[in-house]
Design a binder for this molecule. Structure first.
Ligand SMILES: O=C(O)[C@H](O)[C@@H](O)[C@H](O)[C@H](O)COP(=O)(O)O
Length: 239
């Protein structure tokens, strides 16, 4: 039973599940349907996924889904500025959990590249990734307890640029004390134009953090993204 929204004007749809397995199956089905529909319409599909711990099981479920994966391009919402050999790498997480089984046929476009600086890597990504079939059909966001999403950390020096829905950049660099390491992130502009934009969070702490982020001031990045979205963001939550 979905949580009753506070007002009709909520910019998100809360989808509550009894357990994480049920959530993962439902979200995976929705993702596959969206990607299959895009393949039917335009012969290809683009999905951007977040890293971190939450999506690992979802990736494993997705990897076994029946889909023309050879028509699917998978990229990242954000990446720590580390090589794929690092245990902190989101590219490694995706390669080890999503790009397996049937989904191994998908094309993966990473964000990390061995560049002289974070800024050079972000600029080069932005150029290289222009050729991807934007808008993304699916973007799956995560959220930290501090209300960050993607690598839009509240203490990022360039947060306004990261959140600028009119940005012409595809990938931006992020330096934020709270991020752990320098990051590369899709711009909000690219995230917000997704055909299907979902937030995947689990556990009571994340639910509380989400509810606080959506009401407290100053606005947390997740609230800025949700309020800027042209249509309600689908929030998938399980205890
Ligand atoms: O690179 C990352 O860490 C993610 O893209 C980030 O935005 C993540 O979604 C949140 O930090 C939640 O991470 P957890 O799922 O590990 O709580």
């Amino acid at each position: 039973m979905a949580r009753k929204q506070l007002t009709m004007a909520e910019p998100y749809n809360w989808k509550e599940f009894t357990d994480r397995t049920t959530l993962e199956r439902s979200l995976a089905d929705t993702i596959v349907n969206r990607l299959a529909s895009s393949i039917t319409k335009r012969g290809k599909a683009l999905i951007a996924v977040s890293g971190g711990n939450t999506p690992k099981k979802l990736f494993q479920v997705l990897s076994n889904a029946d889909l023309a994966w050879d028509r699917v391009i998978v990229t990242l919402v954000d990446e720590r500025f580390v090589p794929p050999s690092s245990p902190r790498s989101n590219a490694a997480l995706v390669s080890e959990n999503l790009l397996q089984n049937k989904a191994a046929a998908a094309r993966f476009v990473p964000l990390y590249k061995d560049a002289t600086s974070l800024e050079d890597a972000a600029s080069s990504d932005s150029v290289d990734m222009q050729t991807l079939p934007w808008p993304a059909d699916v973007v799956i966001l995560g959220m930290g307890l501090d209300g960050h999403t993607a690598s839009f950390f509240p203490d990022a020096g360039n947060l306004a640029s990261l959140l600028d829905s009119a940005s012409t950049r595809t990938v931006l660099p992020v330096h934020a004390q709270s991020a752990g390491e320098p990051r590369l992130t899709l711009s909000a502009a690219r995230i917000l134009c997704a055909g299907f934009l979902a937030l995947h969070i689990e556990g009571s702490e994340k639910r509380a953090a989400f509810e606080q982020a959506m009401t407290n001031e100053p606005k947390k990045p997740i609230r800025s993204v949700i309020e800027a979205a042209p249509k309600p963001v689908e929030v998938f939550w399980a205890p």
